[in-house]
Design a protein. Sequence first.
Length: 132
Amino acid sequence: GFWLCCRCSLKPDFYLEALMLEHLEKRAAALLSQAQTVVLSTSGPAGLQADPFPCQANGLRLMVSIPRTSDHWVNLEAGSEALVTTAGWRLHGQVILPGGAGEHLFPAVEIRPTRLDVYSQGSQPAETIDFW
C-alpha cells in the first residue's frame, strides 16, 4: 500500500496519484476475485484457442488451472501473453508458467494483468485500467 509522511516534502499531486492507484488496484482485485471460471484465449503454434477454465484470484494475481493435455500449453510455452474474459471484464496479461508443471495434471498458470477492460452494458468498455 501507499503511505503519507507529514514531515516529508512530497508534492500533494503525488499523494493524490498514490491514492488513485491504490483505489484502481483495489477495484481491479475485487473484480478478479469474483470470477470462478474464465475463458482463456491464446494463440501460437497450436492456433487460436479459447476455452473456459476454473480460476482463483489473489489480489492482482489470477491463477488459471489448465489441463496439461490442453493445446493452450503449446501456445503458452511459445509466448507469454493471454487474454482472459468473463461476462463483465476482459484482461490482457503476461503469463507466468509454473515450475514443475509437468508433474501436475491441472497446473495453474499465473496471469499478471497489463490491461483490464470493464464492461457495464454493450460491447464497448465502460472503464479501462492499464498496469505497468
